[in-house]
Design a protein around this ligand. Sequence first.
Ligand code: BTN
Length: 324
Amino acid sequence: MRSEILTILHKANGEYVSGAYLAEKLSVSRTAIWKHICILRKEGYNIDSKSRSGYRIISAPDLLTPGEIKAVLQTKFFGNEIKYYKTVDSTNNAAKKAALEDAAEGTVIVSEAQGSGRGRIGRGWFSPSQKGIWFSIILRPQFLPQEAPKCTLMAAVAITKAISAITGVTVGIKWPNDILYNGKKLVGILTEMNAEMDRINYVIIGMGVNVNISEQDMPADIGQIATSLLQITGAKVSRASLLAQILLELERAYYDIKQYGFSTILAEWKKYSVTLGNNVKVISVNETFYGKAIDIDDYGALLIDTGKKVVRVLAGDVSIRSAK
Ligand code: BTN
């Protein structure tokens, strides 16, 4: 209910909205609206009220509440359902639980902070409160399980376009799941799935976007390898607007793939790639080898030319380093 009130007040762009209008639109009494306004004020919203005019928003707290996101969200399906946490262990864990409880495709789990944010290959993910976008989305694609890496590539393309649209910053994609700026990590993507032999039950795409983390806020070891939009642009970025844009780009890409196949996304991924054409070191559990990253195939596997043969590398437990 509060999320709907906020959406209406935000869309009024600072104009008053009458209590009677809100009550009728949301099928509740004017007293109920008033009670919700009081709770919103306690949550940090500065809402002005004037007799005979109604309510208007003067300022909103910097939060990723469903109300803040939906006020700027332009999607048809993605984010229709948003589960919001002040803090959670990992949004991917919360998303898995929701998926097992039959959450609809496109459900978004977002948290201001994560206590045990997870990265690839058992790594952690630094997730300080209100400084980034830590979220996961549930998909139920009709792909075969071996095609699931396509979701990671699709997510990488979507976030790259969203960052460019909102901030004008051009970033690069390092195979399979890192978004880099000047060699430093800006975004990480963790795709996880639950599948049978021949069909996917659900895919969780988890994204960590370093938005408003200052240099001082980053532990020194992380600061060596990671950056944030604040550090790149020198200005705070609206997390709600960026998340809404990410969801829009993701939705467009997902339905394009459904309708026209994967080739357009693959071509876009190649355009943004900072891996292809470079000499790389491939580190897997069993071996380490060097070669040139020459292409990715239709399943999102990286093709490495070692000089003797072309090796097909799947995302799984592999990590890639520059061989320079
Ligand atoms: C990586 O680069 O290793 C992937 C990092 C993914 C981090 C995000 S933050 C939101 C979601 N929840 C998690 O626990 N991890 C992902």
